[in-house]
Design a protein around this ligand. Structure first.
Ligand code: SF4
Ligand code: SF4
Length: 155
């Protein structure tokens, strides 16, 4: 006949001791978690973080806008004076440059892959904090700046 009694009190006490012992041992192991944002994380150089733009190298070809799968990139007219050296090498006759809504970017990296001049890249800028929702579409010059240059350390 089957014994229908549950585990005895000794089994329960052994389980509690085992749990306490496990927690005690963890206290001596090195910490693997980081207190973000107080502690800065390190990212690999291939991290597809925030989109950056080098306006000097952008020729306004619109390929990045065309390949962007969700409309994150919209071309914008922007009067930007390049140095004669860049004007000769990367002419942007129509004066159009990408703007990027960083809040809806999926970090797919397609824009970087298709850009013929390497003007648009995804850098390891991951901690994107925005004070207000209306800040999320970055103009072409904003795309050349890091987050703390745009908003300061105490956003
Ligand atoms: S990474 Fe992808 S979603 Fe983001 S801007 Fe580039 S193409 Fe668009
Ligand atoms: S960033 Fe690159 S792909 Fe986009 S418009 Fe400029 S040159 Fe063309």
């Amino acid at each position: 006949m089957q014994d229908e009694r549950g585990p005895g009190p000794l089994t329960g006490i052994a389980g509690i001791i085992k749990g306490v012992w496990y927690m005690f041992i963890q206290g001596f192991k090195p910490k693997v978690t980081k207190q973000v944002p107080e502690e800065k994380l390190e990212y690999g150089h291939r991290t597809t973080g925030r989109v950056f733009l080098n306006m000097d190298a952008c020729i306004g070809c619109t390929l990045c806008e065309q390949i962007c799968p969700n409309g994150t990139i919209r071309m914008m007219t922007w009067a930007y004076q390049k140095s004669p050296e860049f004007e000769k090498k990367y002419p942007n006759k129509r004066q159009i440059y990408p703007s990027v809504d960083v809040a809806i970017c999926t970090h797919c990296n397609l824009c970087e892959e298709i850009c013929p001049t390497g003007a648009i890249t995804l850098e390891a800028e991951v901690e994107e904090w925005h004070m207000r929702r209306e800040n999320t579409r970055y103009t072409p010059p904003m795309l050349n700046k890091k987050e703390n240059e745009l908003w300061g350390e105490n956003r």
